[in-house]
Design a protein around this ligand. Structure first.
Ligand SMILES: NC(=O)c1ccc[n+]([C@@H]2O[C@H](COP(=O)([O-])OP(=O)(O)OC[C@H]3O[C@@H](n4cnc5c(N)ncnc54)[C@H](OP(=O)(O)O)[C@@H]3O)[C@@H](O)[C@H]2O)c1
Length: 253
């Protein structure tokens, strides 16, 4: 097979196409697509998340993009929950007053926008929605904006703050309100992600480790009081460089 070079932009268009159009029923996913004049052939093995064969020339950035996103867009799960959180080396996602823009790199911001673009729904916590006023769009990359849901079990938001978005509580999650959607992306904050972790709902979490120390602030994960050192779950993460940050990709379920 003669090898071709593609740009990261073309690789991203391929991932978007797989997400919406390509059937991923078998363990070996055969990808044969014509994107921007490039005939791309990839065989992706879902059982071990490995690219078995491809006609792409080795390119670090393109490889990382495919390795991060193929397991997500080719997932056989009818509904999958993915979370992302960016934290300092000492485990905080924001200062005590709630400032977090932007603790991670430009490369990680692009990654966040890509996660939005492959998702049907994005969920953020009520504190994040109220304090950050995030736009939650895909403006940095190609792809559609997901529907926005705010997780507000304590009803801290006022109705005039939520006119354009849907507000959900822990009861909606437990009622499995989202089973008609393929990919649900939880973008923080820490309390919301910890809720989904604790209820064993998350399938995958991306933890972005940023080379800064906050010395205190909002924690990325809320303390689990029942944890025992002899019972710790150990993960087998993949990791990827994003600017000066390192992204840990953890399959948790
Ligand atoms: N670095 C990043 O990647 C990143 C991403 C997003 C946001 N942020 C930052 O994160 C901060 C906000 O995060 P956060 O952890 O404070 O809040 P959050 O996750 O944005 O909001 C969670 C909301 O749900 C409630 N809640 C959570 N679990 C609950 C449960 N089991 N039962 C009942 N209510 C529950 C919380 O109430 P209580 O607060 O009363 O518990 C709160 O109202 C902001 O400063 C934002 O800038 C950082």
């Amino acid at each position: 097979m003669s090898k071709i070079s593609i740009s990261k932009k073309t690789a991203w268009s391929l991932i978007l196409k797989i997400n919406t159009k390509i059937s991923c029923n078998n363990n070996l996913v055969n990808i044969n697509e014509d994107i921007s004049g490039h005939k791309i052939n990839i065989i992706f093995n879902k059982s071990n998340n490995h690219i078995e064969n491809s006609n792409l020339r080795d390119d670090h950035e393109v490889n990382d993009l495919l390795k991060i996103f193929l397991p997500i867009v080719c997932s056989s799960k009818k509904t999958q929950f993915i979370a992302h959180i960016a934290q300092s080396l000492d485990g905080f996602i924001a200062t005590n007053s709630g400032e977090s823009k932007y603790i991670s790199s430009k490369e990680n911001l692009d990654h966040i926008h890509r996660l939005r673009a492959i998702s049907d729904i994005i969920i953020v916590g009520a504190n994040t929605f109220r304090e950050d006023k995030p736009k939650l769009t895909t403006r940095l990359v190609e792809g559609n904006n997901p529907k926005i849901y705010v997780f507000d079990p304590k009803k801290i938001l006022k109705s005039n703050q939520t006119s354009n978005i849907k507000v959900i509580s822990d009861k909606d999650i437990m009622r499995n309100k989202f089973k008609k959607y393929k990919t649900i992306y939880i973008e923080g904050g820490g309390r919301t992600i910890s809720y989904f972790m604790e209820k064993n709902i998350l399938d995958r979490i991306h933890v972005c480790l940023c080379p800064i120390m906050l010395g205190g602030g909002r924690p990325s994960f809320i303390e689990n009081k029942n944890i025992s050192i002899n019972n710790l779950k150990s993960y087998d993460p993949k990791h990827y460089q994003m600017g000066n940050d390192v992204l840990f990709d953890l399959k948790v379920r």
